[in-house]
Write a protein that binds this ligand. Sequence first.
Ligand SMILES: NC(=O)c1ccc[n+]([C@@H]2O[C@H](COP(=O)([O-])OP(=O)(O)OC[C@H]3O[C@@H](n4cnc5c(N)ncnc54)[C@H](OP(=O)(O)O)[C@@H]3O)[C@@H](O)[C@H]2O)c1
Length: 324
Amino acid sequence: MAETMQALVIDRTGEADELHLAEVPRPTRVSDEVVVRVVAAGVNPIDAKTRAGRGVAAAIGSYPAVLGNDFAGVVEAVPYAAHPLQPGDRVYGMGRVPRLGGSYAEFIAVSSLSVAPMPASLGFAEAAAVPLAALTAWGAVIDTARAHEGQRMLVHAASGGVGHFAVQLAAYFGAEVTATCSARNVDFVRSLGARHVIDYTSERFEQVASEQDVVIDLIGNVADDTGTRSLDVLRPHGLVVNVPTGSWPTMADEAAARGIRATGYSVSPDARTLAVITRLIDDGSVRVHVDRELPLAEGAEAHRLLEGGHVRGKVVLRVGADPA
Ligand SMILES: NC(=O)c1ccc[n+]([C@@H]2O[C@H](COP(=O)([O-])OP(=O)(O)OC[C@H]3O[C@@H](n4cnc5c(N)ncnc54)[C@H](OP(=O)(O)O)[C@@H]3O)[C@@H](O)[C@H]2O)c1
């Protein structure tokens, strides 16, 4: 009989209470995959959307399903003897859930293209907060918007998981960052490198910001027509990068009518970019903010927190003890 492990699973999509601990088969590796003993798992909005039957729930192959993309942990098994990753290495990365089993579990098997040595300056909980959100921020701000000196960039939801990395990366590459968040996060977002901060609860951002080259839209039209209103602050031929794909179905037509470029975005697991992010963390250029660390068994509470929409930085689940 296959070895088993403890995991936080769902037996069907639904409310956060569907998440429960169970014994499930322990994953085995194939081809280029490594097996990682998970110490901490990051929690992302896509986990909660998928659990609720939205997000990428259509790709759930069978139940019980293990959700969770991000992880930090210790390498257990590698594809071949001379592989650059070795058993015992401290690593972090992200999986492709729900195509494969996720990180809310004691072990995960993932492509070695998705795993990098974790920053030496971080503990496991902080490291687990990084991969999906920081890779998304990198993909939107650097790969897509080409952040550079003097570029004017507005970042919505700047205090959240993706946003707090997006502000730091944009500022690091020289962009003049304007950021939106609520009053309680203004100082936090300024400390990340935002030149201008707009409290969206007391000001309409389109009345304060203008002539932006880029909007990194982490809200879309889910709240207060944030996507559509973002078109008002962009210069002609400016670019809006809409990260919550599907949140603004009319984006392409609305932007084209205004002479503005618009694109969605989708994150990829990418060890090489993660290795660059590791360096920026270890040299102090980028920092990680963990709002709450909860035990794996309290995954439902983690999802509820995220669904509240006001997490600062990240929520992380503790899966196992730190290795000796
Ligand atoms: N396409 C992809 O590959 C991809 C990848 C990653 C994430 N995403 C999506 O991108 C979105 C953001 O993800 P995330 O992890 O950053 O979310 P998150 O951490 O849950 O974002 C929370 C933050 O949003 C802020 N916020 C809430 N309403 C706001 C508003 N109206 N204006 C400005 N800020 C507001 C909150 O600040 P206050 O508390 O100050 O209100 C809070 O700090 C999610 O929809 C997620 O699913 C997509």
